[in-house]
Design a protein around this ligand. Sequence first.
Ligand code: HGY
Ligand code: MN
Ligand code: MN
Ligand code: MN
Length: 407
Amino acid sequence: MTFHSMWAELLPVGRSSASGGYRRFAWTGADADCRDWFRAQAEARGLTYEVDRNGNQWAWLGDPAEGDAVVTGSHLDSVPDGGAFDGPLGVVSSFAALDELRARHVKFTRPVAIVNFGDEEGARFGLACVGSRLAAGQLTVEQAHRLTDADGITLPQAMERAGYDPDTIGPDPERLSRIGAFVELHVEQGRALDLSGDRVGIASAIWPHGRWRFDFRGEANHAGTTRLVDRRDPMLSYAETVLAARREAQLAGAVATFGKISVEPNGVNAIPSLVRGWLDSRAADQATLDTVVTGVEKAAREYAEAHGVELDVVRESFTPVVEFEHALRDELARILGRDKHAGLTVPVLGTGAGHDAGILSGTVPTAMLFVRNPTGVSHSPAEYAAEDDCVAGVTALADVLEGLACR
Ligand code: HGY
Ligand code: MN
Ligand code: MN
Ligand code: MN
C-alpha cells in the first residue's frame, strides 16, 4: 500500500463533517477504528502484531526478544477538532518507510517495530501521553485509575468498554528494554522548516510544559436581580486571570493558554457558582515556566480575593524539559546529511509540543523527525503538510531506519 492509499483510508475515520476536524479520543469508537486500521496494516505486511499491557499497539518485524530494536511510530488519537497529521503522519509514514526498505531489499540486522501509543493527546482524560507514561513508569497505576472523563467514566472503565483489560496497566520496563532506539516522525507544529526552506528537520529538545486547573468558586445567583455589588462572580476573576496569563507569558517569552473551561451551572441567566479553567503553559526552560505559572497564580489569587471568590489551583500534569540524545541526533543528521531530499545540512529544531518520544527519552535513546508544515497550524482542522513533503518524510525515515537497523 502506498503512503497515499494508506492516508486516504485513514482520512475519514473520526472526522466531523461539521468542522472537518478529528475527534479520535482514546477508547472511543473512532479510536477503535484507528486501532483496527493499525492492526490490518500490520497483518497485511506479515508483521507480528501485539497489544501491550497499557493498550499500545506494536507491529514487529523480527524477534522482539533479540533486543536492541529500532522502533518508530507515533499516535492516532487527536485533540478536539484536531488536524489529520498530528500523530497519524508518523504512523502512516512508519508503515510506508518499512515498505520502502523492503523494496530496497535491505538486510535487517536489528528487529524493527512500529508503535501506536494510546491516548497521546489526553483529550478525554486530561493527561497527555498516557500510554507511554504508563509504560515508562511516569504515571502510577493509582493515578491512572483516578483519570476520569467529562461523563465520569474512568480510564479503566473506558478501556474495559473498548475490550481491553485494564487490570494489566502499569510499568513495562521489560518491553522498553528491548528498544535500542525510538524515532518518532511528526508534522512540525511551527514554521521553522518553512522559513528555512527544508522539508525535514531533526528535533533538539521539547520545552518543559504542564497543565494546571484553576477552580474559581463563587455564588450562583439570578443574573437579573442580583446587584453588581452583591455578586461573588467567579467569571470575573477567571477573565482577569486569562489576561494575566497572556501578560506573564509575554513578559517571559513563553506561552500560556486557557483553552478549556467549564462553568456551573452554565446558565445564560445565572451568575456562575464555579468557573474551572485549564492553563497550559510552556517555556524554553524550567525557571521561566515557573515564573510564568507562579505569576499567573499570584494574579489569580488577587482577583479571586477582590471578587469574594475562592480559588484552588491543581497541577494536573507536568513534563520536564527533554533534550534528545545527542549521539542519536548526530547519527540522524549524518544519515540525512547524505541525502539530497533533506539538503546537505539538516535543520535541528526545538518544539513546544509534547510527544511520546519525549516521555520515552528518559528510558530509551530517542529522536524525532519533523516534516514541514507551511502554515505552522496544528491542533486545528487547518493543519496541513504537502504530499511531496510527506513523501520526503517517508524517505528520510526509511533512510534513518536503514542506517540504524541495517548496518
Ligand atoms: O503537546 C501537546 O499538547 C500534546 O502532548 N501533543
Ligand atoms: Mn498534538
Ligand atoms: Mn502528536
Ligand atoms: Mn425566574
